[in-house]
Design a protein around this ligand. Structure first.
Ligand code: CA
Length: 345
């Protein structure tokens, strides 16, 4: 579908939107399941197939990480490199930089379309990062552009009658700015062009770099909810030291420009005591005090944090003990099941 015809299609897909404000945090609402890079526990991350599977198992939101090509096309890719999830090294030998890596920003969209996507592997050995998942370099997958992905999810929402939202991450804005590209502006334009900005409750924008996250609403007029991912070392220091007052001060500043935070599991789960009690941090409570949603990452059935003994226990700590508002899961079907049982229980 070309850009000109998309406007009419978007009218049909997003017909009934009148409220364009960010919905308030409702502590009693059911937590949301965000399919991390799609249903990446079962299919190669960020392929359209992984998004279709995630949609089919009832995920509330489908995540897309975004980087830019040399010609400024936003593509759905977790890293700024292509070599851990595609055959770029075989197809374009010699196109790596001095560090041996193949950067997406050194390739045109036309070239990216010639690549085959794969389950994630170690470039040095070709071995799978998660050996129990979809086999490396098997079958045929591709790397989608952001526009293709957003059209795809809108199409699935239309054909199934079930709405999944989008949860878009701006990857490394500073790196892109240094390469002369404004990734935030390009991503927001694509979201707008595909009609997704018409209902802010179906969209989250996430980013690790506070300078950029702050810019979204103040400078770029973003009306969709913004999630500050917590990547800086200070957060782990604050939760480990139990400095609740300082933690709250930091979160108060985040509240000036964001609607929620995305902590790592390590920011929430601190230790397992000898009696089996899982000790957690005050971050969720402090964030809720400041009306910030909390969406931690990442639930992986095949790579659990060492403080828990099962996926059920991890789900229980996050959703029952801590009361997070949603979470990123590589296995969204399992997380959806847990939350549905929670609702019934
Ligand atoms: Ca991400």
């Amino acid at each position: 579908m070309n850009h000109a015809s998309y406007g009419a299609f978007a009218d049909e897909l997003f017909p009934s939107v009148t409220d364009c404000t960010v919905p308030p945090l409702m502590p009693s609402t059911r937590p949301i399941v965000i399919a991390h890079r799609g249903a990446s526990g079962y299919l190669p991350e960020h392929t359209l197939e992984a998004k279709a599977y995630a949609h089919a198992v009832g995920s509330d939101f489908l995540e897309q990480d975004v980087v830019l090509t040399r010609d400024g096309v936003p593509i759905v890719l977790h890293d700024i490199h292509l070599d851990t999830v595609s055959d770029v090294a075989r197809k374009f030998p010699g196109r790596h930089r001095e560090d041996g890596r193949f950067y997406a920003i050194d390739f045109t969209w036309d070239e990216v379309q010639q690549l085959r996507a794969s389950e994630r592997f170690q470039p040095a050995t070709g071995k799978a990062v998660y050996p129990g998942r979809f086999p490396v370099n098997q079958s045929r997958f591709s790397i989608p552009s952001l526009q293709e992905e957003l059209e795809f999810i809108a199409g699935l929402n239309f054909s199934t009658g079930r709405t999944a939202g989008i949860y878009t991450e701006l990857k490394q804005p500073r790196f892109h700015r240094e390469a002369g590209q404004d990734i935030s502006k390009i991503v927001l334009d694509t979201i707008s062009k595909t009609g997704w900005d018409r209902n802010p409750s179906q969209v989250f924008i996430q980013c690790f770099e506070p300078i950029e996250t702050r810019r979204l609403k103040s400078e770029l007029g973003c009306r969709m909810p913004v999630i500050q991912l917590l990547g800086e070392d200070k957060w782990i220091e604050l939760v480990k030291a139990g400095r609740v007052t300082d933690l709250e001060k930091e979160l108060e500043q985040v509240r000036e420009y964001a609607d929620g935070v995305g902590p790592a599991l390590g920011h929430l789960i601190l230790s397992r005591e000898p009696d089996g009690f899982v000790r957690t941090s005050p971050l969720v409570e402090a964030a809720h005090k400041h009306q910030l949603r909390v969406h931690p990452w990442t639930i992986r059935a095949d790579d659990l944090p060492k403080q828990v003994t099962s996926l059920d226990e991890l789900h229980d700590v996050l959703f029952t003990q801590l009361g997070v508002d949603g979470a990123f899961s590589d296995f969204p079907d399992l997380t959806v099941h847990f939350i549905h049982d929670l609702k019934r229980g």
